[in-house]
Design a protein around this ligand. Structure first.
Ligand code: ZN
Length: 257
């Protein structure tokens, strides 16, 4: 009998979607999504599932997180951000960060993620489930990405992706970096490495300036809203390598040149 990865019990195991199923149903955007734990490719809505979560965790604690992200989708994320837009992003830090970790953890287990990352994300399982036993002072940043435009071609950011991310010029001896992107909303999750001494205000400053994370704002856990301006990062930069896999869309772009 299988053990639930969240509560450790040996009760009935159910299937859980990596991405909350409401996002798969509600989003008007591209309904294929990507995961860098399954080789940076587009996969269909039912492809990414895990089968090691018990019915109770799935239906109680985890579904509370799914309900939250659905509300957040309806109230905020369901907007394409355009150049120069500014939004007041309202959030519940605990629910949002727990949902982000749940998605990263599920995503890692669904594919070919490095076992090390699965183990690292596993240390958050009680935090995901109950909001308790947070293993480390992690940080969450939000960056708003804009459509890629060239001539008459416009590719809005209508993709979802999750996994680890390399952020050039960031000292990776200090931190692990993950990304969860839903359409225009690109969340970076930064987890300090064991014994690394992190200067949070320096890291905030760095994140707002590095080319990849430019204009991202830290979502602090002590407040519930932040004013965030659109970055200059376009769909092509943020998910370009993945779009290239979507040959149909890519060749349309090339044709119009
Ligand atoms: Zn369980």
């Amino acid at each position: 009998m299988k053990t639930c990865v969240f509560c450790g019990s040996n009760v009935k195991i159910s299937k859980e979607h990596v991405w909350s199923s409401c996002l798969l149903k509600k989003r008007k955007g591209n309904n294929k999504y990507t995961s860098n734990s399954v080789a940076d490719k587009f996969v269909g809505p039912n492809s990414l599932q895990v089968k090691d979560v018990c019915e109770k965790c799935n239906n109680d604690n985890l579904s509370e997180l799914d309900s939250y992200i659905c509300q957040l989708y309806d109230s905020q994320i369901n907007n394409v951000i355009e150049v120069n837009d500014k939004i007041l992003f309202e959030y519940d830090f605990s629910l949002l960060s727990r949902w982000l970790f749940k998605t990263l953890y599920n995503n890692a287990r669904s594919g070919n993620a490095d076992k090390y990352f699965i183990a690292l994300l596993n240390t958050f399982n009680q935090y995901i489930l109950n909001g308790t036993n947070n293993p480390t002072a992690f940080l969450v940043f939000l960056q708003l990405i804009i459509p890629y435009e060239e001539g008459n071609t416009k590719i809005p950011p209508t993709y979802m992706t999750a996994g680890t991310i390399n952020i050039p010029k960031l000292n990776v001896e200090d931190v692990y970096t993950f990304v969860v992107c839903i359409d225009s909303f690109r969340f970076f999750i930064v987890v300090p490495r064991l014994n690394a001494e992190i200067n949070i205000s320096e890291l905030e400053e760095l994140f707002s300036q590095l080319p990849a994370t430019k204009a991202s704002v830290r979502l602090k856990d002590s407040i519930d809203k932040q004013l965030i301006s659109a970055s200059e990062i376009t769909t092509l930069y943020a998910v370009g390598p993945l779009i290239m896999n979507d040959l149909c869309l890519w060749s349309k772009l090339i044709d119009k040149r």
